[in-house]
Design a protein around this ligand. Sequence first.
Ligand SMILES: [Zn+2]
Length: 109
Amino acid sequence: MLGKYGLKTEDLERVRLRDETCVYCHKKMIYPYNPNNRQDSATIEHLNHLPPWDNPKTIAYCCGSCNSSRGPKKIRDWFKTKYCMEKNININTVAKPVKEYVLNIEDKL
Ligand SMILES: [Zn+2]
């Protein structure tokens, strides 16, 4: 069965169970998504903003705050923003899937 962005429901579920807290700021997230508290809700994050978007290896769950703060930026560029500086979000503090994505994919683009 296919869920959001053409991703398989079971892949999404696996990622959701892996990413219990925001992969960037480690906030405990609300799931399912609560439109009245977007900032704290779990949202699907495409580590790679370029298609294909149905690759489960480049998705993660992050909180609404981090998702909207990052927007279309590359993760390395986003780390340099005030938001990340203040929350101490950087290559050393993010969850493993993000770290691996940046080191193995983004840095080599
Ligand atoms: Zn976050």
